[in-house]
Ligand binder design. Structure first.
Ligand SMILES: Nc1ncnc2c1ncn2[C@@H]1O[C@H](COP(=O)(O)OP(=O)(O)OP(=O)(O)O)[C@@H](O)[C@H]1O
Ligand SMILES: [Mg+2]
Length: 336
């Protein structure tokens, strides 16, 4: 099955070269990091691992949400059970529901034989619902039932079955915004977000850029059979200023590309992708005459969020990640 994976030994044995070992000695699952921010996250993940509470992991694409989910599973009493992960955004509604809950033969066209869904397959283990922000409202209701009752109904059956699975959800979307737009159920969000772990983007964790570079170079040197693979320190200056919209995944790809292009195994800036060498490339789309001050941009954005919450300042403050008093203060500066 393409979109599910079980916990495989090689993925759960990440090296710590260039990074710090995680606090959890018993865990085989180690993440590369030197930053305080990511280490704090691992510390929280280690603490929540002991319990079955649902966890919502948020953050931009490629920041390591799945890495955290695997860490939680590997550090939990369920570590001997499976970790099954599904990309909820990749499947149409009926197929997704059949994957998650299973079905009875003949319950819909194509359902040739009975199917055991992932919630049942992940018994005594963990299920990772990736891209949770993409599921339809109809599937959200069914998921809510699983979280509330701890039981599922296979499609075409009427007798519920108990499930014993820990649920971790991940998304790179703003689910509070999705709730205020009516695209995501608030009650489901509350159930999923018993614990929320927000993974900061790579550009806010500069120490981790170096950790990942070292780790990547070492791994690639083995995989590409380039024993003297080396990265010119001049590349690091580009890495520190580039905003890394694709985060760790983009960094890994950039280094692999450069390693392949550098014929002698010495990675120099000229081997880096053009967008990294020209970080203001993407800003060229803005016309200089339309440039605004940071304060103006901030106010524009506040007004957009306020409109999306129907003027609800408490909700807007939450989405913006600031206190209500701060929001009031900022709004006072809006010219009448
Ligand atoms: N701390 C880390 N240590 C080692 N590898 C990492 C770390 N963080 C991210 N990676 C690597 O970066 C890549 C992206 O990580 P991951 O798949 O966890 O990101 P994600 O946040 O789930 O992304 P997406 O939103 O696109 O699903 C993977 O190859 C992963 O192994
Ligand atoms: Mg992911």
């Amino acid at each position: 099955m393409d979109n599910t994976e079980s916990n495989s030994a090689d993925r759960s044995n990440l090296s710590t070269n260039g990074g710090t070992e995680t606090n959890n000695e018993s865990s085989r699952f180690l993440a590369v990091t030197k930053s305080k921010a990511f280490q704090n996250i691992l510390e929280i993940a280690g603490r929540v691992a002991r319990f079955d509470s649902s966890v919502l992991i948020t953050g931009e694409t490629g920041v390591g949400k799945e890495v955290i989910a695997r860490f939680i599973h590997a550090s939990s009493p369920r570590s001997k059970g499976p970790l099954l992960s599904i990309n909820c955004g990749a499947l149409p509604e009926t197929l997704l529901e059949s994957e998650l809950f299973g079905h009875k033969a003949g319950s819909f066209t194509g359902a040739v034989r009975d199917r055991v869904g992932l919630f049942e397959q992940a018994a005594r283990g963990t299920i990772l619902l990736d891209e949770i922000g993409d599921i339809s409202l109809a599937t959200q209701i069914k998921l809510l039932r699983v979280l509330q009752e701890r039981e599922i109904l296979r499609i075409g059956e009427s007798i519920p079955r108990k499930v014993d699975t820990r649920i971790i959800a991940a998304t790179n979307r703003d689910l509070d915004l999705a709730v205020s737009d009516g695209r995501f159920r608030e009650d489901l969000l509350y159930r999923l977000r018993v614990i929320e772990i927000e993974v900061p983007p790579l550009r806010e964790r500069h120490e981790d850029i170096v950790s990942h570079v070292e780790y990547c170079v070492k791994k690639l040197s083995k995989r590409l059979n380039l024993p003297s693979l080396h990265l010119d320190p001049a590349c690091l200056d580009y890495f520190r200023t580039y905003p890394w919209p694709g985060n760790v995944r983009e960094l890994q790809n950039a280094i692999e590309r450069a390693a392949v292009l550098s014929l002698d195994g010495r990675i120099k800036p000229e081997h880096l992708p053009p967008q990294i060498l020209n970080p203001d490339f993407s800003t060229k789309q803005f016309s200089l005459s339309a440039v605004k001050t940071l304060k103006e941009v901030e106010l524009d954005y506040i007004m957009i969020v306020l409109r999306s919450t129907g003027g609800n300042k408490a909700k807007a403050a939450k989405i913006l990640g600031i206190g209500q008093a701060t929001l009031w203060r900022k709004l006072k500066t809006v010219p009448m």
